[in-house]
Write a protein that binds this ligand. Structure first.
Ligand SMILES: [Zn+2]
Length: 340
């Protein structure tokens, strides 16, 4: 019997290479594009705050392009929003919600609602997960997203101010990051209860473009580890930027899988993961999937497979302006490679 995308992804995440027919092609991050929105007649920003629309958009890359995932939410502002940060959901169909908040001065200033799972857009996300699970849950893995604790700290304290705090009052940064440990774990566990198969902890602000490897180890890694320990299902840890010097720490987080950015050297990263976790990556979201051609995408997928990734995936979130043709090329490259 042919494997479903869900079986293929879940087995690959657990490192059971012998039980799958080919390397799955999935995504740890957001997959929605304007082309998918146009096909559905459902658009952002409504798709960020309406559960039914969020679910339909979250399944679009699977239904329209065969990408082996249904995912939600599509932005990094959900947790910050329930903690009182100002959030801009954007006005255009391609705009990604942002947190224009000026930052709390003190970690103690952050109001943490008792019933935070019922606040803001969290019920929307949980409902969208439920809808996706019902619709495609037998065939495709539902992969939902949270922030990493450092990224949440970057919203709460405002990232530029947090970077100054790292130099002047580092203990305060750790207190900001600590806020996320239980909150994010509880949110992730609620996502599992709603039907998620896997949760990606997206630590985008812990990117090596922002933090040095030493700063990552001091202010991001321990909080990811503590948070992931409390999450009850399979996890993917995604960190942006060139991950060569933080791969060891990412593996140490205890995540089931690490999702590395395209700037990371897979030839060095993959051997470190063996026997410890699985790894997905890392088709270039700009040079291949946004500006590239089907041939460039295909070459990258085949190169990723030959290097030994457990799952092929974009190196980061898809740009909303990515063409479906190139997402399909990414999926087909693996199918054709293993058919040969
Ligand atoms: Zn990224």
């Amino acid at each position: 019997m042919a494997l479903s995308s869900k079986d293929r992804v879940m087995l690959a995440l657990k490192g059971k290479k012998d039980e799958i027919d080919r390397t799955p092609v999935t995504c740890a991050n957001q997959t929605v594009t304007v082309e998918q929105m146009d096909n559905l007649g459902i658009y952002w920003p409504e798709g960020h705050s309406d559960a039914e629309k969020m679910a339909q958009l979250g399944m679009a890359a699977y239904k329209q392009c065969g990408l082996e995932v249904a995912d939600a939410p599509f932005d990094q502002a959900v947790e910050a929003e329930i903690l009182g940060c100002e959030v801009d959901l954007g006005k255009k169909k391609e705009s990604i919600p942002s947190v224009p908040f000026h930052g709390y001065k003190e970690p103690g200033d952050v109001p943490i609602p008792e019933d935070f799972l019922e606040k803001g857009r969290i019920p929307t996300v949980l409902k969208a997960i439920e809808i996706m699970k019902k619709d495609v849950g037998e065939e495709a893995p539902v992969i939902s997203h949270t922030n990493g604790p450092f990224s949440l700290a970057g919203h709460l304290g405002e990232i530029n101010k947090i970077l100054i705090m790292i130099l002047r009052t580092p203990e305060k940064v750790k207190e900001f990051a600590e806020i996320g440990i239980d909150l994010i774990a509880d949110y992730a566990n609620a996502q599992f209860d709603a039907g998620a198969d896997v949760v990606t902890v997206e630590d985008m602000l812990a990117s090596t473009d922002i933090l040095s490897p030493q700063m990552y180890d001091d202010f991001a890694a321990p909080f990811n580890t503590a948070c992931i320990k409390k999450i009850k299902g399979p996890t993917i840890l995604h960190v942006c930027g060139k991950g060569d010097l933080i791969v060891e720490s990412m593996i140490g987080s205890g995540a089931t899988n690490i999702s590395v950015d395209m700037a990371t050297d897979l030839n060095k990263a993959i051997p470190k993961t063996r026997g410890r976790c699985t790894i997905m990556g890392s088709v270039d979201t700009i040079k291949a999937l946004f500006q590239g051609t089907p041939e460039i995408v295909r070459e990258q997928v085949i190169s990723n497979i030959r290097q030994g990734v457990d799952l092929v995936a974009p190196g980061c979130a898809l740009s909303p302006l990515t063409k479906s043709e190139l997402i399909k090329a990414m999926v087909n490259a693996s199918i054709e490679y293993f058919a040969e």
